[in-house]
Design a protein around this ligand. Structure first.
Ligand code: PMT
Length: 399
Protein backbone atom coordinates (compact mmCIF):
# COMPACT_ATOMS: atom_id res chain seq x y z
CA UNK A 1 0.00 0.00 0.00
CA UNK A 2 3.02 2.30 0.21
CA UNK A 3 3.82 1.62 -3.41
CA UNK A 4 3.92 4.85 -5.44
CA UNK A 5 2.76 6.94 -2.50
CA UNK A 6 4.51 10.29 -2.24
CA UNK A 7 5.82 10.84 1.25
CA UNK A 8 7.50 14.04 2.37
CA UNK A 9 9.87 13.15 5.19
CA UNK A 10 10.88 16.19 7.23
CA UNK A 11 13.98 15.83 9.37
CA UNK A 12 14.83 18.35 12.08
CA UNK A 13 17.86 18.91 14.29
CA UNK A 14 17.78 16.16 16.88
CA UNK A 15 20.30 13.51 17.82
CA UNK A 16 17.63 11.04 16.63
CA UNK A 17 17.99 12.40 13.07
CA UNK A 18 20.14 9.41 12.15
CA UNK A 19 17.07 7.18 12.59
CA UNK A 20 15.39 9.06 9.75
CA UNK A 21 17.75 7.21 7.42
CA UNK A 22 16.14 3.89 8.43
CA UNK A 23 12.64 5.35 8.08
CA UNK A 24 13.50 6.64 4.60
CA UNK A 25 15.02 3.28 3.72
CA UNK A 26 12.01 1.22 4.82
CA UNK A 27 9.56 3.52 3.03
CA UNK A 28 11.66 3.50 -0.14
CA UNK A 29 11.97 -0.29 -0.06
CA UNK A 30 8.19 -0.52 0.27
CA UNK A 31 7.88 1.40 -3.01
CA UNK A 32 7.13 4.92 -1.75
CA UNK A 33 8.59 8.05 -3.35
CA UNK A 34 10.29 9.66 -0.39
CA UNK A 35 11.05 13.36 -0.74
CA UNK A 36 13.24 14.52 2.12
CA UNK A 37 13.30 18.03 3.50
CA UNK A 38 16.05 18.68 6.05
CA UNK A 39 16.25 21.76 8.21
CA UNK A 40 19.64 23.45 8.47
CA UNK A 41 19.94 22.07 12.02
CA UNK A 42 19.23 18.53 10.79
CA UNK A 43 22.23 18.57 8.46
CA UNK A 44 24.45 19.04 11.52
CA UNK A 45 23.35 15.56 12.61
CA UNK A 46 23.12 13.56 9.38
CA UNK A 47 24.46 14.17 5.92
CA UNK A 48 21.98 14.97 3.15
CA UNK A 49 24.09 12.70 0.94
CA UNK A 50 22.99 9.72 3.06
CA UNK A 51 19.31 10.51 2.59
CA UNK A 52 19.75 11.27 -1.09
CA UNK A 53 21.49 7.93 -1.64
CA UNK A 54 18.83 6.02 0.33
CA UNK A 55 15.83 7.58 -1.37
CA UNK A 56 17.42 7.98 -4.79
CA UNK A 57 15.58 11.29 -5.05
CA UNK A 58 16.41 14.98 -4.92
CA UNK A 59 16.34 16.43 -1.46
CA UNK A 60 15.72 19.93 -0.13
CA UNK A 61 17.75 21.65 2.55
CA UNK A 62 17.28 25.30 1.62
CA UNK A 63 14.25 27.38 0.80
CA UNK A 64 15.96 29.05 -2.13
CA UNK A 65 18.30 26.34 -3.34
CA UNK A 66 18.29 26.97 -7.10
CA UNK A 67 19.90 23.62 -7.74
CA UNK A 68 16.93 21.78 -6.25
CA UNK A 69 14.12 20.86 -8.58
CA UNK A 70 11.59 21.29 -5.75
CA UNK A 71 12.53 24.60 -4.19
CA UNK A 72 11.91 26.62 -7.37
CA UNK A 73 8.23 26.01 -6.85
CA UNK A 74 8.29 25.81 -3.11
CA UNK A 75 4.79 24.43 -2.76
CA UNK A 76 5.24 21.64 -5.29
CA UNK A 77 6.23 19.13 -2.61
CA UNK A 78 3.23 20.12 -0.52
CA UNK A 79 0.90 19.50 -3.43
CA UNK A 80 2.42 16.17 -4.43
CA UNK A 81 2.43 14.71 -0.90
CA UNK A 82 0.11 11.90 0.17
CA UNK A 83 1.43 12.45 3.69
CA UNK A 84 4.00 14.69 5.37
CA UNK A 85 5.93 13.02 8.19
CA UNK A 86 8.33 14.88 10.45
CA UNK A 87 10.63 12.47 12.26
CA UNK A 88 12.31 13.45 14.44
CA UNK A 89 10.35 16.60 15.31
CA UNK A 90 12.08 18.98 17.73
CA UNK A 91 10.33 21.28 20.22
CA UNK A 92 11.36 24.09 17.85
CA UNK A 93 9.53 22.77 14.77
CA UNK A 94 6.50 21.85 16.90
CA UNK A 95 6.37 25.44 18.21
CA UNK A 96 6.78 26.88 14.73
CA UNK A 97 4.03 24.71 13.27
CA UNK A 98 1.69 25.53 16.16
CA UNK A 99 2.28 29.24 15.52
CA UNK A 100 2.01 28.98 11.73
CA UNK A 101 5.53 30.26 11.12
CA UNK A 102 6.82 29.79 7.57
CA UNK A 103 10.50 30.61 7.69
CA UNK A 104 11.94 27.45 6.16
CA UNK A 105 11.05 24.91 3.51
CA UNK A 106 9.64 22.35 5.97
CA UNK A 107 7.29 24.82 7.69
CA UNK A 108 6.16 26.19 4.30
CA UNK A 109 5.45 22.69 3.04
CA UNK A 110 3.36 21.81 6.10
CA UNK A 111 1.42 25.07 5.83
CA UNK A 112 0.83 24.59 2.13
CA UNK A 113 -0.14 20.92 2.11
CA UNK A 114 -3.63 19.47 2.19
CA UNK A 115 -2.17 16.04 2.95
CA UNK A 116 -2.28 14.61 6.49
CA UNK A 117 0.71 15.52 8.65
CA UNK A 118 2.26 13.18 11.20
CA UNK A 119 4.97 14.22 13.61
CA UNK A 120 7.19 12.12 15.84
CA UNK A 121 8.56 14.31 18.65
CA UNK A 122 12.05 13.66 20.03
CA UNK A 123 13.58 15.78 22.78
CA UNK A 124 14.67 15.79 26.42
CA UNK A 125 12.00 14.89 28.96
CA UNK A 126 11.78 18.36 30.49
CA UNK A 127 11.44 20.01 27.10
CA UNK A 128 8.71 17.56 26.17
CA UNK A 129 6.85 17.94 29.46
CA UNK A 130 7.15 21.73 29.41
CA UNK A 131 3.59 23.15 29.30
CA UNK A 132 4.57 25.27 26.29
CA UNK A 133 5.49 22.17 24.26
CA UNK A 134 2.39 20.37 25.55
CA UNK A 135 0.19 23.33 24.54
CA UNK A 136 1.78 23.37 21.10
CA UNK A 137 1.18 19.64 20.69
CA UNK A 138 -2.45 20.04 21.81
CA UNK A 139 -2.91 22.76 19.19
CA UNK A 140 -1.52 20.50 16.49
CA UNK A 141 -3.67 17.55 17.63
CA UNK A 142 -6.73 19.79 17.52
CA UNK A 143 -5.80 20.52 13.91
CA UNK A 144 -5.71 16.79 13.12
CA UNK A 145 -1.96 16.37 13.14
CA UNK A 146 -1.11 12.77 14.02
CA UNK A 147 1.33 12.68 16.93
CA UNK A 148 3.46 9.52 17.08
CA UNK A 149 5.07 8.84 20.44
CA UNK A 150 7.41 9.85 21.94
CA UNK A 151 8.68 6.71 23.61
CA UNK A 152 10.38 6.31 26.96
CA UNK A 153 14.00 5.22 27.01
CA UNK A 154 17.62 6.26 26.73
CA UNK A 155 18.04 9.95 25.84
CA UNK A 156 20.96 11.96 24.46
CA UNK A 157 21.60 13.43 27.92
CA UNK A 158 22.42 9.96 29.19
CA UNK A 159 19.25 9.88 31.28
CA UNK A 160 16.26 7.62 30.79
CA UNK A 161 12.87 9.18 30.30
CA UNK A 162 10.04 10.22 28.03
CA UNK A 163 11.07 11.99 24.83
CA UNK A 164 12.82 9.32 22.79
CA UNK A 165 11.79 9.09 19.13
CA UNK A 166 9.03 6.47 18.73
CA UNK A 167 10.13 3.08 17.42
CA UNK A 168 10.52 2.96 13.67
CA UNK A 169 7.84 0.23 13.44
CA UNK A 170 5.50 2.56 15.30
CA UNK A 171 6.23 5.42 12.87
CA UNK A 172 5.84 3.26 9.75
CA UNK A 173 2.68 1.60 11.16
CA UNK A 174 1.14 5.02 11.75
CA UNK A 175 2.06 6.16 8.24
CA UNK A 176 0.37 3.05 6.84
CA UNK A 177 -2.71 3.64 8.98
CA UNK A 178 -3.03 7.28 7.91
CA UNK A 179 -2.54 6.42 4.23
CA UNK A 180 -5.17 3.68 4.54
CA UNK A 181 -7.87 6.08 5.74
CA UNK A 182 -9.60 6.22 2.38
CA UNK A 183 -9.30 2.45 1.78
CA UNK A 184 -12.11 0.05 0.88
CA UNK A 185 -12.58 -0.88 4.57
CA UNK A 186 -12.81 2.73 5.79
CA UNK A 187 -15.50 3.04 8.45
CA UNK A 188 -15.71 -0.73 8.96
CA UNK A 189 -14.90 -2.59 12.15
CA UNK A 190 -13.05 -5.84 11.58
CA UNK A 191 -12.39 -8.28 14.43
CA UNK A 192 -9.52 -10.71 13.91
CA UNK A 193 -8.38 -13.54 16.19
CA UNK A 194 -4.85 -14.94 16.21
CA UNK A 195 -2.56 -17.43 17.88
CA UNK A 196 -3.07 -20.68 19.74
CA UNK A 197 -5.09 -20.57 22.95
CA UNK A 198 -3.50 -22.05 26.08
CA UNK A 199 -5.58 -24.37 28.25
CA UNK A 200 -4.06 -24.79 31.71
CA UNK A 201 -3.29 -28.22 33.15
CA UNK A 202 -1.84 -26.73 36.34
CA UNK A 203 -0.23 -23.36 37.22
CA UNK A 204 2.82 -24.05 35.00
CA UNK A 205 1.64 -26.36 32.23
CA UNK A 206 -0.88 -25.97 29.44
CA UNK A 207 -2.20 -27.55 26.23
CA UNK A 208 -1.68 -25.45 23.12
CA UNK A 209 -0.59 -25.72 19.48
CA UNK A 210 2.02 -24.38 17.08
CA UNK A 211 0.17 -21.26 15.90
CA UNK A 212 2.58 -18.31 15.73
CA UNK A 213 -0.16 -15.71 15.17
CA UNK A 214 1.45 -14.62 11.87
CA UNK A 215 -1.69 -15.22 9.79
CA UNK A 216 -3.95 -13.33 12.20
CA UNK A 217 -1.50 -10.45 12.63
CA UNK A 218 -1.11 -10.14 8.85
CA UNK A 219 -4.91 -9.90 8.57
CA UNK A 220 -5.09 -7.25 11.29
CA UNK A 221 -2.38 -5.12 9.64
CA UNK A 222 -3.84 -5.51 6.17
CA UNK A 223 -7.33 -4.49 7.41
CA UNK A 224 -5.81 -1.47 9.19
CA UNK A 225 -3.99 -0.45 6.01
CA UNK A 226 -7.30 -0.58 4.12
CA UNK A 227 -8.85 1.89 6.54
CA UNK A 228 -10.68 -0.42 8.97
CA UNK A 229 -10.93 -0.02 12.70
CA UNK A 230 -9.37 -3.31 13.77
CA UNK A 231 -9.70 -5.25 17.00
CA UNK A 232 -7.22 -8.09 17.35
CA UNK A 233 -8.06 -10.73 19.94
CA UNK A 234 -4.81 -12.57 20.42
CA UNK A 235 -3.68 -15.63 22.29
CA UNK A 236 -0.16 -15.41 23.81
CA UNK A 237 2.45 -15.19 21.05
CA UNK A 238 5.81 -13.51 20.59
CA UNK A 239 5.05 -11.09 17.72
CA UNK A 240 5.16 -7.33 18.34
CA UNK A 241 1.71 -5.75 18.66
CA UNK A 242 0.57 -4.21 15.39
CA UNK A 243 0.47 -0.41 15.48
CA UNK A 244 -2.89 1.33 15.22
CA UNK A 245 -4.90 -1.76 16.13
CA UNK A 246 -6.86 -2.38 19.36
CA UNK A 247 -5.27 -5.44 20.89
CA UNK A 248 -7.04 -7.67 23.44
CA UNK A 249 -4.81 -10.33 24.98
CA UNK A 250 -6.42 -13.57 26.08
CA UNK A 251 -5.18 -16.94 27.29
CA UNK A 252 -7.83 -19.62 27.03
CA UNK A 253 -10.55 -20.45 24.50
CA UNK A 254 -13.12 -19.33 27.07
CA UNK A 255 -11.42 -15.93 27.42
CA UNK A 256 -11.19 -15.62 23.63
CA UNK A 257 -14.91 -16.34 23.36
CA UNK A 258 -15.80 -13.70 25.95
CA UNK A 259 -13.64 -11.10 24.18
CA UNK A 260 -15.06 -11.98 20.74
CA UNK A 261 -18.67 -11.80 21.95
CA UNK A 262 -17.98 -8.37 23.49
CA UNK A 263 -16.18 -6.77 20.54
CA UNK A 264 -18.36 -8.18 17.75
CA UNK A 265 -21.45 -6.34 19.04
CA UNK A 266 -20.42 -3.47 16.69
CA UNK A 267 -18.41 -5.43 14.13
CA UNK A 268 -18.80 -5.68 10.36
CA UNK A 269 -16.73 -8.88 10.11
CA UNK A 270 -15.17 -11.51 12.33
CA UNK A 271 -12.17 -13.37 10.92
CA UNK A 272 -11.06 -16.27 13.12
CA UNK A 273 -7.48 -17.16 12.21
CA UNK A 274 -6.80 -18.34 15.75
CA UNK A 275 -6.10 -21.98 16.40
CA UNK A 276 -8.52 -22.39 19.30
CA UNK A 277 -7.82 -25.45 21.41
CA UNK A 278 -10.12 -28.35 20.55
CA UNK A 279 -9.51 -29.92 23.97
CA UNK A 280 -8.93 -28.58 27.45
CA UNK A 281 -8.49 -30.27 30.83
CA UNK A 282 -11.87 -30.53 32.54
CA UNK A 283 -10.31 -29.01 35.63
CA UNK A 284 -6.92 -27.35 35.96
CA UNK A 285 -5.02 -28.44 39.09
CA UNK A 286 -4.57 -25.68 41.67
CA UNK A 287 -1.02 -26.77 42.52
CA UNK A 288 1.77 -27.96 40.27
CA UNK A 289 1.18 -31.65 39.54
CA UNK A 290 3.99 -33.79 40.94
CA UNK A 291 5.85 -36.14 38.64
CA UNK A 292 4.59 -39.70 39.03
CA UNK A 293 6.43 -42.67 37.56
CA UNK A 294 3.10 -44.29 36.81
CA UNK A 295 2.32 -41.46 34.39
CA UNK A 296 -0.69 -39.19 34.28
CA UNK A 297 -4.10 -39.40 32.65
CA UNK A 298 -5.81 -36.12 31.84
CA UNK A 299 -9.53 -35.88 31.30
CA UNK A 300 -10.27 -33.46 28.48
CA UNK A 301 -13.39 -31.71 27.20
CA UNK A 302 -14.11 -29.48 24.19
CA UNK A 303 -14.21 -25.73 24.84
CA UNK A 304 -17.21 -23.88 23.37
CA UNK A 305 -17.12 -23.33 19.62
CA UNK A 306 -16.67 -19.57 19.29
CA UNK A 307 -17.52 -19.18 15.59
CA UNK A 308 -20.41 -21.60 15.83
CA UNK A 309 -22.02 -19.84 18.77
CA UNK A 310 -21.29 -16.11 18.39
CA UNK A 311 -24.37 -14.29 17.10
CA UNK A 312 -24.67 -11.03 15.22
CA UNK A 313 -25.18 -9.32 11.92
CA UNK A 314 -21.59 -9.48 10.69
CA UNK A 315 -19.60 -11.43 8.13
CA UNK A 316 -18.17 -14.61 9.63
CA UNK A 317 -14.93 -16.04 8.27
CA UNK A 318 -13.28 -19.20 9.55
CA UNK A 319 -9.94 -20.84 8.90
CA UNK A 320 -9.40 -24.60 8.73
CA UNK A 321 -5.97 -26.20 9.03
CA UNK A 322 -6.24 -29.56 7.32
CA UNK A 323 -3.75 -32.32 6.67
CA UNK A 324 -6.15 -34.45 4.57
CA UNK A 325 -9.42 -34.05 2.64
CA UNK A 326 -8.88 -30.29 2.63
CA UNK A 327 -12.00 -29.23 0.74
CA UNK A 328 -14.36 -31.87 2.23
CA UNK A 329 -13.38 -31.10 5.83
CA UNK A 330 -13.40 -27.34 5.30
CA UNK A 331 -16.86 -27.48 3.67
CA UNK A 332 -18.17 -29.35 6.71
CA UNK A 333 -16.84 -26.62 9.05
CA UNK A 334 -18.27 -23.92 6.76
CA UNK A 335 -21.76 -25.40 7.16
CA UNK A 336 -21.51 -26.48 10.83
CA UNK A 337 -20.34 -23.04 11.93
CA UNK A 338 -22.64 -21.05 9.62
CA UNK A 339 -19.81 -19.11 7.97
CA UNK A 340 -19.87 -16.79 4.97
CA UNK A 341 -16.67 -18.40 3.77
CA UNK A 342 -13.81 -20.51 5.05
CA UNK A 343 -10.09 -20.36 4.33
CA UNK A 344 -8.68 -23.88 4.24
CA UNK A 345 -4.92 -24.14 4.84
CA UNK A 346 -2.97 -27.00 3.40
CA UNK A 347 -0.69 -27.86 6.32
CA UNK A 348 0.97 -30.84 4.64
CA UNK A 349 3.64 -28.60 3.04
CA UNK A 350 6.44 -27.21 5.21
CA UNK A 351 5.96 -23.68 3.81
CA UNK A 352 2.21 -23.48 4.55
CA UNK A 353 0.11 -23.22 7.72
CA UNK A 354 1.55 -23.07 11.23
CA UNK A 355 4.60 -20.95 12.08
CA UNK A 356 5.83 -20.03 8.57
CA UNK A 357 5.59 -16.73 6.65
CA UNK A 358 3.71 -18.20 3.69
CA UNK A 359 0.42 -20.02 3.29
CA UNK A 360 -1.34 -22.04 0.63
CA UNK A 361 -5.07 -21.64 1.02
CA UNK A 362 -8.33 -22.53 -0.66
CA UNK A 363 -11.25 -20.20 -0.11
CA UNK A 364 -14.67 -21.88 -0.11
CA UNK A 365 -17.88 -19.88 0.12
CA UNK A 366 -21.57 -20.56 0.76
CA UNK A 367 -22.31 -20.70 -2.98
CA UNK A 368 -19.85 -23.59 -3.25
CA UNK A 369 -17.26 -21.53 -5.13
CA UNK A 370 -13.78 -22.96 -4.55
CA UNK A 371 -10.81 -20.67 -5.10
CA UNK A 372 -7.41 -22.35 -4.73
CA UNK A 373 -4.67 -19.75 -4.34
CA UNK A 374 -0.99 -20.41 -4.98
CA UNK A 375 1.57 -20.30 -2.17
CA UNK A 376 1.63 -16.66 -1.04
CA UNK A 377 3.09 -14.52 1.73
CA UNK A 378 0.63 -14.44 4.65
CA UNK A 379 0.18 -10.70 4.07
CA UNK A 380 -0.88 -11.46 0.48
CA UNK A 381 -3.28 -14.18 1.69
CA UNK A 382 -4.70 -11.59 4.10
CA UNK A 383 -5.34 -9.17 1.22
CA UNK A 384 -7.18 -11.89 -0.75
CA UNK A 385 -9.31 -12.77 2.29
CA UNK A 386 -10.15 -9.10 2.80
CA UNK A 387 -11.04 -8.73 -0.91
CA UNK A 388 -13.71 -11.37 -0.29
CA UNK A 389 -14.91 -9.59 2.86
CA UNK A 390 -15.21 -6.33 0.91
CA UNK A 391 -17.31 -8.11 -1.76
CA UNK A 392 -19.74 -9.30 0.94
CA UNK A 393 -20.08 -6.00 2.78
CA UNK A 394 -23.28 -4.06 2.09
CA UNK A 395 -22.62 -1.55 -0.70
CA UNK A 396 -23.02 2.14 0.15
CA UNK A 397 -26.33 3.48 -1.20
CA UNK A 398 -25.83 5.53 -4.36
CA UNK A 399 -27.59 8.91 -4.41
O1 PMT B 1 -0.72 -18.60 13.47
P1 PMT B 1 0.09 -19.10 12.28
O2 PMT B 1 1.35 -19.79 12.69
O3 PMT B 1 0.29 -18.03 11.24
O4 PMT B 1 -0.78 -20.24 11.59
C1 PMT B 1 -1.99 -19.89 11.00
C2 PMT B 1 -3.04 -20.98 11.22
C3 PMT B 1 -2.62 -22.25 10.51
C4 PMT B 1 -3.21 -21.27 12.73
C5 PMT B 1 -4.38 -20.40 10.66
O5 PMT B 1 -4.20 -20.09 9.33
C6 PMT B 1 -5.52 -21.40 10.82
O6 PMT B 1 -5.70 -22.25 9.98
N1 PMT B 1 -6.31 -21.27 11.89
C7 PMT B 1 -7.41 -22.22 12.20
C8 PMT B 1 -6.87 -23.50 12.74
C9 PMT B 1 -7.90 -24.64 12.76
O7 PMT B 1 -7.71 -25.63 12.18
O8 PMT B 1 -8.94 -24.42 13.36
P2 PMT B 1 -10.17 -25.51 13.50
O9 PMT B 1 -10.33 -26.37 12.33
O10 PMT B 1 -9.95 -26.17 14.82
O11 PMT B 1 -11.37 -24.53 13.57
C10 PMT B 1 -12.05 -24.02 12.45
C11 PMT B 1 -12.43 -22.59 12.74
O12 PMT B 1 -13.22 -22.52 13.92
C12 PMT B 1 -11.25 -21.69 12.98
O13 PMT B 1 -11.52 -20.45 12.36
C13 PMT B 1 -11.19 -21.55 14.49
O14 PMT B 1 -10.65 -20.28 14.88
C14 PMT B 1 -12.66 -21.69 14.89
N2 PMT B 1 -12.86 -22.28 16.22
C15 PMT B 1 -12.28 -23.46 16.55
C16 PMT B 1 -12.51 -24.00 17.79
C17 PMT B 1 -13.34 -23.32 18.70
N3 PMT B 1 -13.55 -23.79 19.91
N4 PMT B 1 -13.91 -22.17 18.34
C18 PMT B 1 -13.72 -21.65 17.11
O15 PMT B 1 -14.25 -20.60 16.78
Amino acid sequence: MLSNKTIVLGITGSIAAYKAAEIASQLTQAGANVNVIMTKEAIQFISPITLRAITGRPLVTEMFDLASEFSIEHVSLAEAADIVVIAPATANIIAKLAAGIADDMLCCTVLATKAPVAIAPAMETNMYNNPITQDNLSKLKARNFVIIGPATGWLASGKEGLGRLADIDDIIGNIRKVLGRGGDLAGKHIVVTAGGTQEPIDPVRYISNRSSGKMGYALAEAARDRGAKVTLVTAPISLPEPVGVDVIKVGTAQEMRQAVVKVTSQADALIMAAAVADYRPIKAAKDKIKKREAGLTLELECPPDILGSVKGNFIKVGFAAESSNLVKNAKQKLQQKGLDFIVANDITASDSGFGVDTNKVTIIDQEGKIDSLPLLAKREVAERVLDRVVELLPKPKSR
